[in-house]
Design a protein around this ligand. Structure first.
Ligand code: SPV
Ligand code: MG
Length: 290
């Protein structure tokens, strides 16, 4: 089944769709192997993988290549975090064509001004577009897609920018009416009350998407009980686990003066080979290397 259709099928189910952030083939494969429904091609993770801030610094093609390399090695759908859509409505149309052609199931674009800053950044620049301009970008995205299964998620940043519940509801309504297939409502509050209030007041059929990074206390069961929320995004937890593990092992090798006491802290290379698909390659070798 096509990836966009797969994602549509997941959204049609009653249960919550759970996707996890990744930035390359390896991390995407680990998300799939862990049993999640899809991959979030995280702008934060992809930027961090270059060792640079999540601030519209790398180009659309670099983000696309990351998403494409993930998509090629997994069977679950990708929701690509496309930041602001890399410019205005024209950039959005160009972007949607390329992402859809690459087999990406959905794109998420946010109502921030280009260049953006990460939403969770303390004292980050959280400047929002005029509502009309972002409506135009959603309409442009929907006009650019070919298959009706491809999804465009509108990401509301009004709570992140501190503009309040009323503004967030108004903007979310306008984007839903402009054709968004889902509304990602983002919050950086450390308590879930802000998001719960938004979800409780949501009165359209268009489903909601949550990213509970800053309010990790809100569990899947509670999200399901709220209704209206169809997808949850665990946006960056693989990368943060990897950073911690790498920092720990590098510090230990440095202080030990060697790699003689770390075997139980790392995976054997055989596990790496297995994830890479070496056994299948060996089967092919037996068949075709003559
Ligand atoms: C990302 O993973 O890049 C996101 C989520 O957009 S957040 O970092 O919370 O903005
Ligand atoms: Mg992002």
């Amino acid at each position: 089944m096509e990836k966009a259709k797969k994602l549509r099928t997941l959204f049609a189910k009653k249960k919550l769709t759970k996707i996890v952030g990744a930035h390359n083939g390896l991390s995407a494969k680990l998300v799939e192997r862990a049993g999640f429904d899809g991959v979030w091609a995280s702008g934060l993770e992809i930027s961090a993988s270059y060792g640079i801030p999540d601030a519209s610094l790398i180009s659309m093609y670099q983000f696309l290549e990351a998403a494409r390399s993930m998509n090629e090695v997994i069977d679950i759908p990708i929701v690509a975090d496309c930041d602001t859509g890399y410019g205005n409505a024209m950039n959005v149309m160009y972007m949607v064509k390329r992402y859809e052609q690459a087999g990406i199931a959905a794109v998420s674009i946010e109502e921030k001004k280009f260049p953006k800053d990460n939403s969770l950044l303390a004292a980050g620049r959280q400047e929002l577009l005029r509502v009309e301009e972002f409506e135009g970008k959603i309409e442009a995205a929907k006009a650019a897609q070919k298959s009706s299964d491809f999804m465009v998620i509108a990401r509301v940043e009004a709570l992140i920018a501190g503009w309040g519940q009323e503004e967030a509801q108004m903007r979310a309504h306008r984007y839903a009416e402009a054709g968004a297939d889902a509304i990602l409502i983002h919050s950086k509050s450390s308590e879930p009350e802000e998001i719960i209030e938004f979800v409780s007041n949501w009165d359209l059929e268009v489903p909601l998407v949550l990213v509970p990074t800053n309010y990790p206390g809100l569990r899947e069961k509670e999200i399901e009980a709220l209704g209206k929320v169809k997808m949850v995004v665990y946006a960056n937890h693989g990368m943060r686990a990897a950073i911690k593990a790498m920092e720990t092992i590098f510090a230990k090798i440095k202080s030990d003066g060697g790699i003689y006491d770390i075997a139980d802290m790392i995976d054997p290379v055989s596990h790496v080979f297995e994830i890479q698909g070496v056994p299948r390659m060996k089967d092919m070798e037996r068949k075709f290397l003559k």
